[in-house]
Design a protein around this ligand. Structure first.
Ligand code: NOJ
Ligand code: CA
Length: 558
Protein backbone atom coordinates (compact mmCIF):
# COMPACT_ATOMS: atom_id res chain seq x y z
CA UNK A 1 0.00 0.00 0.00
CA UNK A 2 1.27 3.49 -0.73
CA UNK A 3 0.42 6.29 1.61
CA UNK A 4 1.21 9.81 0.68
CA UNK A 5 -0.31 11.58 3.68
CA UNK A 6 1.52 13.95 5.96
CA UNK A 7 3.23 12.34 8.99
CA UNK A 8 3.64 9.11 7.02
CA UNK A 9 2.38 6.01 8.73
CA UNK A 10 2.00 7.63 12.14
CA UNK A 11 -1.50 6.96 13.46
CA UNK A 12 -3.13 8.50 10.43
CA UNK A 13 -6.52 8.56 12.13
CA UNK A 14 -5.33 11.24 14.56
CA UNK A 15 -5.19 13.94 11.90
CA UNK A 16 -6.93 12.66 8.76
CA UNK A 17 -9.52 14.43 6.65
CA UNK A 18 -12.12 11.79 5.83
CA UNK A 19 -14.52 12.14 2.93
CA UNK A 20 -17.94 10.51 3.31
CA UNK A 21 -19.16 8.74 0.18
CA UNK A 22 -22.92 8.18 0.26
CA UNK A 23 -22.62 5.59 -2.45
CA UNK A 24 -26.15 5.76 -3.92
CA UNK A 25 -25.64 9.44 -4.66
CA UNK A 26 -21.96 9.82 -5.47
CA UNK A 27 -21.48 8.60 -9.07
CA UNK A 28 -23.36 6.10 -11.21
CA UNK A 29 -21.09 3.95 -13.39
CA UNK A 30 -23.69 1.88 -15.25
CA UNK A 31 -26.51 4.32 -15.91
CA UNK A 32 -29.25 2.84 -13.73
CA UNK A 33 -29.64 6.10 -11.80
CA UNK A 34 -28.02 4.73 -8.63
CA UNK A 35 -24.43 5.42 -7.59
CA UNK A 36 -22.13 2.39 -7.46
CA UNK A 37 -18.59 1.12 -6.90
CA UNK A 38 -17.59 1.69 -10.53
CA UNK A 39 -18.71 5.31 -10.09
CA UNK A 40 -16.55 5.82 -7.01
CA UNK A 41 -13.54 4.29 -8.75
CA UNK A 42 -13.93 6.63 -11.69
CA UNK A 43 -13.86 9.62 -9.33
CA UNK A 44 -10.80 8.66 -7.28
CA UNK A 45 -8.65 11.19 -9.21
CA UNK A 46 -11.17 13.92 -8.28
CA UNK A 47 -10.87 12.96 -4.61
CA UNK A 48 -7.10 12.93 -4.91
CA UNK A 49 -7.17 16.46 -6.34
CA UNK A 50 -9.49 17.53 -3.56
CA UNK A 51 -6.84 16.41 -1.11
CA UNK A 52 -8.63 14.19 1.42
CA UNK A 53 -6.82 11.37 3.22
CA UNK A 54 -9.48 8.70 3.65
CA UNK A 55 -12.90 7.63 2.39
CA UNK A 56 -15.81 6.38 4.45
CA UNK A 57 -18.30 4.44 2.33
CA UNK A 58 -21.88 4.18 3.60
CA UNK A 59 -23.30 0.61 3.66
CA UNK A 60 -22.81 -1.19 0.37
CA UNK A 61 -24.09 -4.61 1.44
CA UNK A 62 -27.08 -6.55 0.06
CA UNK A 63 -30.19 -4.88 1.46
CA UNK A 64 -33.85 -4.32 0.61
CA UNK A 65 -32.92 -0.61 1.06
CA UNK A 66 -35.77 0.17 3.42
CA UNK A 67 -33.38 2.62 5.09
CA UNK A 68 -30.79 3.43 2.44
CA UNK A 69 -28.81 0.24 3.11
CA UNK A 70 -28.83 0.48 6.92
CA UNK A 71 -31.02 -2.63 6.75
CA UNK A 72 -28.38 -5.24 5.91
CA UNK A 73 -29.38 -8.72 4.78
CA UNK A 74 -25.82 -10.02 4.21
CA UNK A 75 -22.88 -8.36 5.96
CA UNK A 76 -20.27 -10.11 3.84
CA UNK A 77 -21.54 -9.32 0.36
CA UNK A 78 -22.16 -6.40 -1.97
CA UNK A 79 -25.58 -5.17 -3.10
CA UNK A 80 -25.96 -6.00 -6.80
CA UNK A 81 -26.95 -2.39 -7.55
CA UNK A 82 -23.53 -1.31 -6.26
CA UNK A 83 -21.41 -4.03 -7.88
CA UNK A 84 -19.81 -7.33 -6.90
CA UNK A 85 -17.43 -8.48 -4.21
CA UNK A 86 -14.69 -8.52 -6.85
CA UNK A 87 -15.49 -4.86 -7.66
CA UNK A 88 -15.25 -4.05 -3.96
CA UNK A 89 -11.84 -5.64 -3.47
CA UNK A 90 -10.50 -4.04 -6.64
CA UNK A 91 -11.85 -0.72 -5.47
CA UNK A 92 -10.16 -1.08 -2.06
CA UNK A 93 -6.84 -1.80 -3.78
CA UNK A 94 -7.28 1.06 -6.21
CA UNK A 95 -8.17 3.49 -3.42
CA UNK A 96 -5.04 2.41 -1.56
CA UNK A 97 -2.95 2.94 -4.71
CA UNK A 98 -4.32 6.48 -4.81
CA UNK A 99 -3.11 6.91 -1.23
CA UNK A 100 -6.51 6.77 0.51
CA UNK A 101 -7.47 4.82 3.60
CA UNK A 102 -10.87 3.15 3.32
CA UNK A 103 -13.48 2.90 6.08
CA UNK A 104 -16.66 0.85 5.72
CA UNK A 105 -19.88 1.19 7.69
CA UNK A 106 -20.91 -1.62 10.03
CA UNK A 107 -24.49 -1.88 11.30
CA UNK A 108 -24.55 -3.97 14.50
CA UNK A 109 -27.71 -2.76 16.24
CA UNK A 110 -30.12 -4.31 13.75
CA UNK A 111 -30.26 -6.46 10.66
CA UNK A 112 -32.68 -6.24 7.80
CA UNK A 113 -35.93 -8.14 8.29
CA UNK A 114 -34.80 -10.00 5.14
CA UNK A 115 -31.69 -11.31 6.93
CA UNK A 116 -31.73 -15.14 7.10
CA UNK A 117 -31.65 -14.97 10.92
CA UNK A 118 -34.81 -12.91 11.08
CA UNK A 119 -36.53 -15.03 8.47
CA UNK A 120 -35.64 -18.11 10.53
CA UNK A 121 -37.01 -16.39 13.64
CA UNK A 122 -40.33 -15.68 11.90
CA UNK A 123 -40.56 -19.31 10.76
CA UNK A 124 -39.92 -20.62 14.30
CA UNK A 125 -42.18 -20.87 17.31
CA UNK A 126 -42.28 -18.33 20.16
CA UNK A 127 -39.48 -19.07 22.62
CA UNK A 128 -37.46 -21.04 20.07
CA UNK A 129 -33.68 -20.52 19.78
CA UNK A 130 -34.02 -18.71 16.43
CA UNK A 131 -36.06 -15.97 18.15
CA UNK A 132 -33.43 -15.40 20.82
CA UNK A 133 -31.11 -13.59 18.43
CA UNK A 134 -33.62 -10.73 18.34
CA UNK A 135 -35.92 -9.20 20.96
CA UNK A 136 -39.23 -11.04 20.63
CA UNK A 137 -41.77 -10.66 23.46
CA UNK A 138 -45.44 -11.37 24.04
CA UNK A 139 -47.60 -8.25 23.93
CA UNK A 140 -48.94 -6.58 27.05
CA UNK A 141 -52.59 -6.10 28.00
CA UNK A 142 -55.17 -8.86 28.50
CA UNK A 143 -55.06 -9.85 24.82
CA UNK A 144 -51.38 -9.25 24.14
CA UNK A 145 -52.36 -6.61 21.62
CA UNK A 146 -50.35 -3.83 23.24
CA UNK A 147 -46.59 -3.47 22.73
CA UNK A 148 -44.37 -5.00 25.43
CA UNK A 149 -43.07 -1.59 26.59
CA UNK A 150 -43.08 2.13 25.76
CA UNK A 151 -39.96 2.25 23.57
CA UNK A 152 -40.25 4.40 20.44
CA UNK A 153 -38.80 4.16 16.94
CA UNK A 154 -36.31 6.92 16.10
CA UNK A 155 -38.19 7.28 12.79
CA UNK A 156 -41.51 7.94 14.56
CA UNK A 157 -44.17 5.63 15.92
CA UNK A 158 -43.77 2.67 18.26
CA UNK A 159 -40.63 0.62 18.60
CA UNK A 160 -42.44 -2.74 18.36
CA UNK A 161 -44.24 -4.61 15.58
CA UNK A 162 -46.51 -7.59 16.07
CA UNK A 163 -46.04 -10.60 13.83
CA UNK A 164 -48.43 -13.18 12.51
CA UNK A 165 -47.26 -16.63 13.59
CA UNK A 166 -46.85 -19.47 11.08
CA UNK A 167 -50.25 -20.88 12.07
CA UNK A 168 -51.95 -17.61 11.15
CA UNK A 169 -52.57 -16.37 14.70
CA UNK A 170 -51.59 -12.94 15.98
CA UNK A 171 -48.29 -13.51 17.68
CA UNK A 172 -45.31 -12.00 19.45
CA UNK A 173 -43.87 -8.53 19.04
CA UNK A 174 -40.30 -7.69 18.03
CA UNK A 175 -38.24 -4.64 18.84
CA UNK A 176 -37.01 -2.16 16.22
CA UNK A 177 -35.52 1.12 17.39
CA UNK A 178 -35.59 2.21 13.75
CA UNK A 179 -37.90 0.98 10.94
CA UNK A 180 -39.90 -2.28 11.28
CA UNK A 181 -37.61 -3.59 8.51
CA UNK A 182 -34.69 -3.19 10.96
CA UNK A 183 -35.22 -5.63 13.86
CA UNK A 184 -32.83 -5.05 16.78
CA UNK A 185 -30.33 -7.81 17.48
CA UNK A 186 -29.99 -9.34 20.94
CA UNK A 187 -26.35 -8.70 21.86
CA UNK A 188 -26.68 -11.07 24.84
CA UNK A 189 -26.75 -13.94 22.36
CA UNK A 190 -23.30 -15.42 21.63
CA UNK A 191 -24.10 -15.99 17.93
CA UNK A 192 -24.49 -12.26 17.45
CA UNK A 193 -21.07 -11.29 18.79
CA UNK A 194 -19.41 -14.18 16.98
CA UNK A 195 -20.97 -13.36 13.65
CA UNK A 196 -19.84 -9.74 13.87
CA UNK A 197 -16.30 -10.91 14.69
CA UNK A 198 -16.41 -12.89 11.45
CA UNK A 199 -17.67 -9.87 9.52
CA UNK A 200 -14.96 -7.58 10.90
CA UNK A 201 -12.29 -10.09 9.94
CA UNK A 202 -13.85 -10.67 6.52
CA UNK A 203 -13.42 -7.02 5.56
CA UNK A 204 -10.14 -6.46 7.40
CA UNK A 205 -8.71 -9.33 5.39
CA UNK A 206 -9.84 -7.55 2.23
CA UNK A 207 -7.67 -4.65 3.23
CA UNK A 208 -10.04 -2.07 4.69
CA UNK A 209 -8.56 0.27 7.25
CA UNK A 210 -11.48 0.50 9.65
CA UNK A 211 -15.19 0.84 10.29
CA UNK A 212 -17.67 3.52 11.14
CA UNK A 213 -20.04 1.94 13.67
CA UNK A 214 -23.72 2.68 13.16
CA UNK A 215 -25.66 3.66 16.33
CA UNK A 216 -22.78 2.44 18.44
CA UNK A 217 -24.57 3.47 21.64
CA UNK A 218 -27.69 1.31 21.30
CA UNK A 219 -26.58 -2.32 21.25
CA UNK A 220 -27.03 -3.04 24.97
CA UNK A 221 -30.58 -3.13 26.34
CA UNK A 222 -31.48 -3.12 30.04
CA UNK A 223 -32.39 -6.55 31.41
CA UNK A 224 -36.14 -7.06 31.33
CA UNK A 225 -36.58 -4.23 28.80
CA UNK A 226 -38.16 -1.77 31.29
CA UNK A 227 -40.20 1.25 30.16
CA UNK A 228 -38.34 4.49 29.44
CA UNK A 229 -41.11 6.12 31.45
CA UNK A 230 -40.90 9.71 30.17
CA UNK A 231 -42.42 11.55 27.24
CA UNK A 232 -40.11 10.54 24.39
CA UNK A 233 -41.58 13.01 21.93
CA UNK A 234 -38.93 15.37 23.32
CA UNK A 235 -35.77 14.39 21.47
CA UNK A 236 -33.59 15.04 24.52
CA UNK A 237 -35.44 12.32 26.42
CA UNK A 238 -34.58 9.91 23.65
CA UNK A 239 -30.87 10.34 24.12
CA UNK A 240 -29.96 12.13 27.31
CA UNK A 241 -31.78 10.33 30.11
CA UNK A 242 -29.39 8.93 32.73
CA UNK A 243 -29.59 5.14 32.91
CA UNK A 244 -31.67 4.97 29.75
CA UNK A 245 -32.87 1.40 29.05
CA UNK A 246 -31.41 1.34 25.54
CA UNK A 247 -29.13 4.32 24.87
CA UNK A 248 -25.53 4.45 26.04
CA UNK A 249 -25.64 1.63 28.58
CA UNK A 250 -22.40 0.70 30.30
CA UNK A 251 -22.59 -2.91 29.06
CA UNK A 252 -22.09 -1.79 25.45
CA UNK A 253 -18.42 -1.11 26.10
CA UNK A 254 -17.67 -4.82 26.33
CA UNK A 255 -18.50 -5.14 22.63
CA UNK A 256 -15.94 -2.50 21.71
CA UNK A 257 -13.20 -3.97 23.89
CA UNK A 258 -13.69 -7.20 21.96
CA UNK A 259 -13.65 -5.37 18.62
CA UNK A 260 -10.51 -3.47 19.56
CA UNK A 261 -8.68 -6.71 20.23
CA UNK A 262 -9.61 -7.90 16.74
CA UNK A 263 -8.55 -4.61 15.12
CA UNK A 264 -5.24 -4.70 16.98
CA UNK A 265 -4.49 -8.18 15.72
CA UNK A 266 -3.89 -6.76 12.21
CA UNK A 267 -0.80 -5.01 10.94
CA UNK A 268 -1.28 -2.11 10.70
CA UNK A 269 -4.00 -2.07 13.36
CA UNK A 270 -7.43 -1.23 12.00
CA UNK A 271 -9.50 1.59 13.45
CA UNK A 272 -13.08 2.52 14.43
CA UNK A 273 -15.17 5.64 14.48
CA UNK A 274 -18.33 5.56 16.60
CA UNK A 275 -21.61 7.02 15.52
CA UNK A 276 -23.00 7.58 18.99
CA UNK A 277 -25.49 10.32 19.76
CA UNK A 278 -24.22 10.85 23.29
CA UNK A 279 -24.43 14.50 24.22
CA UNK A 280 -22.54 14.35 27.50
CA UNK A 281 -18.88 14.71 26.45
CA UNK A 282 -17.74 12.71 29.46
CA UNK A 283 -20.02 9.80 28.49
CA UNK A 284 -18.93 10.04 24.85
CA UNK A 285 -15.26 9.89 25.86
CA UNK A 286 -15.88 6.50 27.50
CA UNK A 287 -16.17 5.00 24.02
CA UNK A 288 -12.65 6.26 23.32
CA UNK A 289 -10.77 4.68 26.20
CA UNK A 290 -7.48 3.13 25.14
CA UNK A 291 -8.90 -0.39 24.83
CA UNK A 292 -12.09 0.64 22.98
CA UNK A 293 -12.73 2.77 19.90
CA UNK A 294 -10.33 5.23 18.31
CA UNK A 295 -12.60 8.15 17.45
CA UNK A 296 -16.25 9.25 17.55
CA UNK A 297 -18.29 11.73 15.55
CA UNK A 298 -18.81 15.06 17.22
CA UNK A 299 -22.52 15.71 16.82
CA UNK A 300 -22.45 18.56 19.34
CA UNK A 301 -20.29 20.46 16.86
CA UNK A 302 -22.43 19.52 13.87
CA UNK A 303 -25.64 20.66 15.60
CA UNK A 304 -24.17 23.80 17.10
CA UNK A 305 -25.58 27.06 15.71
CA UNK A 306 -23.28 29.51 13.92
CA UNK A 307 -22.76 31.52 17.12
CA UNK A 308 -19.42 32.17 18.80
CA UNK A 309 -20.20 31.32 22.40
CA UNK A 310 -21.88 27.93 21.82
CA UNK A 311 -19.17 26.99 19.34
CA UNK A 312 -16.45 27.91 21.78
CA UNK A 313 -18.15 25.88 24.52
CA UNK A 314 -18.42 22.81 22.28
CA UNK A 315 -14.81 23.12 21.16
CA UNK A 316 -13.59 23.46 24.76
CA UNK A 317 -15.66 20.56 26.08
CA UNK A 318 -14.61 18.35 23.16
CA UNK A 319 -10.92 19.07 23.51
CA UNK A 320 -11.01 18.65 27.29
CA UNK A 321 -12.88 15.34 27.34
CA UNK A 322 -10.86 13.83 24.52
CA UNK A 323 -7.63 14.77 26.28
CA UNK A 324 -8.71 12.75 29.35
CA UNK A 325 -8.67 9.59 27.24
CA UNK A 326 -5.87 10.70 24.87
CA UNK A 327 -8.16 10.34 21.83
CA UNK A 328 -8.17 12.83 18.95
CA UNK A 329 -11.30 14.98 18.61
CA UNK A 330 -13.22 14.88 15.33
CA UNK A 331 -15.24 17.62 13.63
CA UNK A 332 -18.05 17.39 11.13
CA UNK A 333 -20.51 19.86 9.62
CA UNK A 334 -22.85 17.64 7.60
CA UNK A 335 -23.68 14.03 6.84
CA UNK A 336 -26.39 11.95 5.18
CA UNK A 337 -28.75 12.30 8.18
CA UNK A 338 -28.91 16.08 8.58
CA UNK A 339 -29.84 19.13 6.53
CA UNK A 340 -26.79 20.42 4.66
CA UNK A 341 -25.03 23.10 6.69
CA UNK A 342 -25.18 25.73 3.92
CA UNK A 343 -28.95 25.66 4.41
CA UNK A 344 -28.83 25.46 8.21
CA UNK A 345 -26.50 28.48 8.36
CA UNK A 346 -28.74 30.32 5.88
CA UNK A 347 -31.36 30.63 8.63
CA UNK A 348 -31.47 33.03 11.59
CA UNK A 349 -29.31 31.35 14.26
CA UNK A 350 -30.67 30.62 17.72
CA UNK A 351 -29.16 28.66 20.57
CA UNK A 352 -31.31 25.59 19.95
CA UNK A 353 -29.80 22.56 18.22
CA UNK A 354 -30.53 22.31 14.53
CA UNK A 355 -30.29 19.02 12.72
CA UNK A 356 -32.89 18.15 10.13
CA UNK A 357 -34.69 19.88 7.31
CA UNK A 358 -37.80 19.81 9.48
CA UNK A 359 -35.99 21.99 12.04
CA UNK A 360 -35.38 24.75 9.49
CA UNK A 361 -37.86 24.51 6.64
CA UNK A 362 -40.20 27.19 8.01
CA UNK A 363 -37.47 29.73 8.72
CA UNK A 364 -36.51 32.47 6.23
CA UNK A 365 -33.47 31.55 4.13
CA UNK A 366 -30.55 33.58 2.80
CA UNK A 367 -28.44 31.12 0.79
CA UNK A 368 -25.67 33.61 0.04
CA UNK A 369 -25.25 34.14 3.78
CA UNK A 370 -25.38 30.39 4.45
CA UNK A 371 -22.69 29.81 1.84
CA UNK A 372 -20.52 32.57 3.24
CA UNK A 373 -20.79 31.05 6.71
CA UNK A 374 -20.15 27.55 5.35
CA UNK A 375 -16.82 28.73 3.92
CA UNK A 376 -15.85 30.24 7.26
CA UNK A 377 -17.01 27.09 9.07
CA UNK A 378 -14.80 24.93 6.83
CA UNK A 379 -11.73 26.93 7.83
CA UNK A 380 -12.74 26.70 11.48
CA UNK A 381 -13.28 22.95 11.29
CA UNK A 382 -10.07 22.22 9.39
CA UNK A 383 -8.02 24.25 11.87
CA UNK A 384 -9.27 22.41 14.96
CA UNK A 385 -7.20 19.62 16.52
CA UNK A 386 -7.78 16.06 15.31
CA UNK A 387 -9.72 14.67 12.34
CA UNK A 388 -12.28 16.31 10.09
CA UNK A 389 -15.10 14.78 8.05
CA UNK A 390 -16.36 16.16 4.76
CA UNK A 391 -19.72 14.95 3.47
CA UNK A 392 -19.83 14.55 -0.31
CA UNK A 393 -21.01 17.80 -1.85
CA UNK A 394 -19.82 19.99 1.05
CA UNK A 395 -16.89 20.85 -1.17
CA UNK A 396 -19.33 22.01 -3.87
CA UNK A 397 -21.28 24.14 -1.40
CA UNK A 398 -24.46 22.20 -2.11
CA UNK A 399 -27.55 23.41 -0.30
CA UNK A 400 -30.24 21.09 1.01
CA UNK A 401 -32.87 20.27 -1.62
CA UNK A 402 -35.92 21.46 0.27
CA UNK A 403 -38.62 21.09 -2.36
CA UNK A 404 -38.54 17.40 -3.29
CA UNK A 405 -42.06 16.34 -4.25
CA UNK A 406 -43.87 14.20 -1.69
CA UNK A 407 -44.05 11.25 -4.06
CA UNK A 408 -40.27 10.97 -4.52
CA UNK A 409 -39.43 10.92 -0.82
CA UNK A 410 -37.83 7.63 0.26
CA UNK A 411 -36.69 8.21 3.83
CA UNK A 412 -38.78 5.96 6.12
CA UNK A 413 -39.22 8.99 8.39
CA UNK A 414 -41.77 10.43 5.93
CA UNK A 415 -44.16 7.47 6.21
CA UNK A 416 -43.44 6.69 9.88
CA UNK A 417 -44.19 10.28 10.90
CA UNK A 418 -47.49 10.14 8.97
CA UNK A 419 -46.19 12.73 6.53
CA UNK A 420 -45.32 15.29 9.18
CA UNK A 421 -41.51 15.06 8.81
CA UNK A 422 -39.90 15.16 5.38
CA UNK A 423 -36.76 13.41 6.58
CA UNK A 424 -33.30 13.17 5.07
CA UNK A 425 -33.70 12.86 1.29
CA UNK A 426 -32.82 16.52 0.69
CA UNK A 427 -29.16 15.95 1.60
CA UNK A 428 -28.97 12.72 -0.42
CA UNK A 429 -29.70 14.05 -3.91
CA UNK A 430 -27.14 12.68 -6.42
CA UNK A 431 -24.09 14.90 -6.94
CA UNK A 432 -23.81 17.26 -9.91
CA UNK A 433 -20.53 16.64 -11.71
CA UNK A 434 -20.77 18.38 -15.09
CA UNK A 435 -23.02 19.74 -17.82
CA UNK A 436 -26.11 21.90 -17.94
CA UNK A 437 -28.94 19.45 -17.31
CA UNK A 438 -29.69 16.55 -14.99
CA UNK A 439 -28.08 14.01 -14.49
CA UNK A 440 -25.17 16.51 -14.54
CA UNK A 441 -22.65 13.75 -15.21
CA UNK A 442 -23.85 11.70 -12.24
CA UNK A 443 -24.84 8.97 -14.71
CA UNK A 444 -23.19 8.34 -18.10
CA UNK A 445 -24.69 10.15 -21.15
CA UNK A 446 -27.96 8.65 -22.47
CA UNK A 447 -28.51 6.56 -19.37
CA UNK A 448 -31.61 4.44 -19.17
CA UNK A 449 -32.81 5.87 -15.88
CA UNK A 450 -32.80 9.30 -14.23
CA UNK A 451 -31.03 9.76 -10.87
CA UNK A 452 -32.91 8.05 -8.04
CA UNK A 453 -33.79 11.45 -6.58
CA UNK A 454 -34.38 14.41 -8.91
CA UNK A 455 -31.65 17.07 -9.10
CA UNK A 456 -32.79 20.70 -9.12
CA UNK A 457 -32.31 22.88 -12.23
CA UNK A 458 -30.26 25.42 -10.34
CA UNK A 459 -27.60 22.78 -9.64
CA UNK A 460 -26.09 23.52 -13.08
CA UNK A 461 -24.26 26.29 -11.23
CA UNK A 462 -22.90 23.85 -8.64
CA UNK A 463 -21.24 21.18 -10.80
CA UNK A 464 -17.67 20.11 -10.00
CA UNK A 465 -16.75 20.93 -13.59
CA UNK A 466 -18.09 24.50 -13.41
CA UNK A 467 -16.20 25.06 -10.15
CA UNK A 468 -12.92 23.38 -11.04
CA UNK A 469 -11.27 26.39 -12.69
CA UNK A 470 -13.13 29.14 -10.88
CA UNK A 471 -10.74 30.72 -8.38
CA UNK A 472 -13.66 31.86 -6.22
CA UNK A 473 -15.59 28.58 -6.12
CA UNK A 474 -16.20 26.44 -3.04
CA UNK A 475 -14.31 23.58 -4.67
CA UNK A 476 -11.20 25.67 -5.31
CA UNK A 477 -11.44 26.99 -1.76
CA UNK A 478 -11.64 23.47 -0.24
CA UNK A 479 -8.72 22.25 -2.36
CA UNK A 480 -6.64 25.19 -1.29
CA UNK A 481 -7.47 24.80 2.42
CA UNK A 482 -6.78 21.06 2.34
CA UNK A 483 -3.45 21.63 0.64
CA UNK A 484 -2.40 24.05 3.38
CA UNK A 485 -3.64 21.68 6.07
CA UNK A 486 -1.49 18.88 4.64
CA UNK A 487 1.64 20.95 4.56
CA UNK A 488 1.27 22.81 7.85
CA UNK A 489 2.65 20.71 10.70
CA UNK A 490 0.67 22.60 13.37
CA UNK A 491 -2.64 21.37 11.90
CA UNK A 492 -4.24 18.03 12.65
CA UNK A 493 -3.56 16.47 16.04
CA UNK A 494 -2.05 18.68 18.73
CA UNK A 495 -2.83 21.54 21.12
CA UNK A 496 -5.15 24.52 20.66
CA UNK A 497 -4.59 27.79 22.55
CA UNK A 498 -7.27 30.48 22.69
CA UNK A 499 -6.25 34.08 22.10
CA UNK A 500 -8.23 36.96 23.65
CA UNK A 501 -10.63 38.37 21.11
CA UNK A 502 -13.55 40.75 20.62
CA UNK A 503 -17.03 39.35 21.46
CA UNK A 504 -18.36 36.93 18.85
CA UNK A 505 -14.90 36.32 17.45
CA UNK A 506 -13.08 32.99 17.78
CA UNK A 507 -9.31 33.30 17.74
CA UNK A 508 -6.87 30.51 18.51
CA UNK A 509 -3.39 29.39 17.73
CA UNK A 510 -2.07 25.95 16.81
CA UNK A 511 1.46 25.87 18.10
CA UNK A 512 3.58 26.72 16.50
CA UNK A 513 3.21 29.38 13.91
CA UNK A 514 -0.48 29.12 13.01
CA UNK A 515 -3.57 31.14 13.96
CA UNK A 516 -7.22 30.89 12.98
CA UNK A 517 -9.52 33.87 13.36
CA UNK A 518 -13.28 33.57 12.76
CA UNK A 519 -15.54 36.61 12.89
CA UNK A 520 -19.11 35.62 13.77
CA UNK A 521 -20.13 39.17 14.71
CA UNK A 522 -22.00 41.68 12.55
CA UNK A 523 -19.08 44.05 12.29
CA UNK A 524 -15.48 43.80 11.03
CA UNK A 525 -12.83 42.84 13.58
CA UNK A 526 -9.16 43.78 13.79
CA UNK A 527 -6.51 41.46 12.44
CA UNK A 528 -2.86 41.46 13.49
CA UNK A 529 -0.78 42.86 10.65
CA UNK A 530 2.47 41.14 11.46
CA UNK A 531 1.27 37.75 10.29
CA UNK A 532 1.00 36.29 6.80
CA UNK A 533 -2.43 35.41 5.41
CA UNK A 534 -2.53 31.78 4.28
CA UNK A 535 -6.16 31.71 3.16
CA UNK A 536 -9.36 33.61 3.88
CA UNK A 537 -12.91 32.46 3.39
CA UNK A 538 -13.81 35.70 1.56
CA UNK A 539 -11.70 38.10 -0.47
CA UNK A 540 -10.27 40.72 1.92
CA UNK A 541 -10.43 44.36 0.96
CA UNK A 542 -8.13 45.57 3.75
CA UNK A 543 -5.21 43.91 5.51
CA UNK A 544 -6.27 45.14 8.92
CA UNK A 545 -9.89 44.05 9.24
CA UNK A 546 -11.71 40.74 8.94
CA UNK A 547 -15.32 41.14 7.74
CA UNK A 548 -18.36 39.57 9.33
CA UNK A 549 -18.91 35.80 8.81
CA UNK A 550 -15.38 35.39 7.53
CA UNK A 551 -12.46 33.26 8.69
CA UNK A 552 -8.75 33.53 8.02
CA UNK A 553 -5.70 31.33 8.58
CA UNK A 554 -2.54 33.18 9.51
CA UNK A 555 1.06 32.10 9.58
CA UNK A 556 2.85 33.81 12.44
CA UNK A 557 6.27 32.43 11.55
CA UNK A 558 7.11 35.08 9.01
C1 NOJ B 1 -27.59 6.08 11.60
C2 NOJ B 1 -27.42 6.19 10.13
O1 NOJ B 1 -26.51 7.22 9.84
C3 NOJ B 1 -28.80 6.45 9.57
O2 NOJ B 1 -28.76 6.81 8.21
C4 NOJ B 1 -29.65 5.23 9.82
O3 NOJ B 1 -30.97 5.51 9.41
C5 NOJ B 1 -29.67 4.85 11.29
N1 NOJ B 1 -28.38 4.92 11.90
C6 NOJ B 1 -30.20 3.46 11.48
O4 NOJ B 1 -29.29 2.50 11.02
CA1 CA C 1 -25.44 2.43 -11.03
Amino acid sequence: MTWSGRKDGHEWWRHAVIYQVYIRSFADGNGDGVGDIAGIRSRLPYLKDLGVDALWINPWYPSPMADGGYDVSDYRGIAPEFGTLADATEFIDDAHMHGFRVLLDIVPNHTSSAHPWFQAALASAPGSPARQRYHFRPGSGPHGDQPPNDWRSVFGGGGWTRITEMDGTEGEWYLHLFAPEQPDLNWEHPDVAEDFDTTLRFWFERGIDGFRIDVANSLAKAAGLPDVGVDQSVAAAMYSLADHPHWDRDEVHEVYRRWRRIANSYDPPRIFVAEALVYDPERLARYLRADELHTAFNFEFLECPWLAEPLRRVIDATVLEHAQVAAPPTWVLSNHDVARHVSRYARPQSTSRTRTLDDIIDKPMDLALGTRRARAAALLMLALPGCAYIYQGDELGLPEVEDLADDVLQDPTWERSEHTERGRDGCRVPLPWSGQVSPYGFSPPNSAKPPWLPQPDYWRGYTAQSQADDPHSMLTFYRHALRIRRTFEALGDGPLVWIDSAPDVLHFSRPTGFECLVNLSDTPTDMARDSRILISSQPLTTRSELPSDTAVWLSTNS
